[in-house]
Design a protein around this ligand. Structure first.
Ligand code: 2GW
Ligand code: MN
Length: 297
């Protein structure tokens, strides 16, 4: 509904260009029921976002975990393509979490871009590698990362950038529509359904199914998000439970309770295995093909 759209808060001129941008994509939903923009290609002006970000002198953090075989397999391409496409022209700090800091590739970085390596434990189960990220991120956001960045994106490493991913994507909290599920009916979405789990959504609950391969926001908002998810995971563990899609289930519960301020279309994290889709015009990040047999023991 227009009354709750972000357009209502804008000047007449911004309203006009905003409306033009919404009309640019009549084929897709460009605003959530709670008034958050859903970013589709054509609904934003990357140059305007770039100028605004430069005026604010932002530092943007990008966190990624590369533990075990994922380091050799994915990290170099993730970072190389981030150099080409992620927040080009802004100040960027990469945070790589790994159990083998010495094995992190030393890439030449652009001006005002830095890479920091943080040591983490290697978990025995892969589910724990994925889930422990919430607790580790929470601690990092309370430390140097939280002091030096204004906004942070947290990403999976098994993907690479394929198009400009700029400050138009920044907001207090940012959620990513899952490429496989964005057009599914709510009742089919793979939320955790066991009511005993902290991540459970009841029938009829849920706005979208969000992908944990990419989420972001301000340092304060992400402190809350990671605390909530880590606590939920811990509570489940003490009850002998594990949510269906691990950290992703808890993330979906969080964004059901605390709505994201911005939603990214599946163009921002696309799976090429789905094949071409008319509404996917400009993919920004592409998933690597799943090779579970190779990397999951
Ligand atoms: C994970 C699963 C099986 C074998 C290895 C790993 C693994 C993950 C690993 O050995 N080393 C590692 O660093 N990771 C990190 O965890 C890495 O950053 C990776 O991208 C992330 C999530 O694991 P991934 O990418 O294999 O899982 P997906 O692509 O199926 O992820 C979705 O579901 C996950 C929960 O099952 C997470 O919520 C993830 O954020 C989702 O995208
Ligand atoms: Mn992944």
């Amino acid at each position: 509904p227009m009354g709750t759209c972000p357009l209502a808060k804008m000047s007449l001129r911004d309203n006009f260009t905003g409306l033009l941008h919404l009309w640019a994509r009549p084929d897709v939903l460009t605003c959530t029921s709670w008034g958050a923009p859903i970013l589709w290609d054509g609904t934003f002006d990357p140059d305007v976002a770039q100028q605004e970000a430069i005026q604010q002198n932002l530092t943007i953090g990008l966190t990624v975990f590369a533990v075990g075989r994922y380091l050799e397999k994915y990290l170099a391409r993730f970072l190389e393509t981030a150099e080409q496409h992620f927040m080009v022209g802004q100040r960027v700090v990469y945070y790589v979490f790994t159990e083998r800091p010495a094995a992190v590739p030393r890439l030449p970085l652009g001006p005002s871009r830095q890479l920091r390596v943080e040591r983490v434990q290697r978990e025995r189960r892969w589910q724990d590698v994925s889930m422990e990220r919430m607790r580790t991120l929470h601690a990092a956001l309370g430390g140097r990362l939280g002091r030096e960045a204004h906004f942070v994106f947290c990403m999976d490493v098994d993907q690479h950038f394929s198009g400009a991913f700029g400050p138009e994507s920044l907001a207090e909290s940012v959620a990513q529509l899952h490429a496989w599920h964005y057009h599914w009916p709510q009742w089919l979405l793979p939320y955790e359904r066991d009511a005993r789990s902290a991540a459970a959504l009841a029938p009829g609950e849920g706005d979208f199914y969000y992908h944990a391969a990419l989420f972001g926001g301000s340092v304060e908002a992400l402190r809350e998000l990671t605390a909530h998810c880590a606590q939920g995971q811990q509570r489940d563990r003490t009850r002998g439970l594990e949510a269906r899609w691990h950290d992703e289930s808890h993330l979906n519960k969080y964004f059901w309770l605390y709505k994201p301020a911005k939603v990214l279309s599946p163009e921002f994290c696309w799976s090429p295995e789905i094949g071409p889709r008319a509404e996917i015009r400009h993919p920004r990040l592409l998933w690597a093909p799943k090779e579970y047999a190779l990397v999951r023991d």
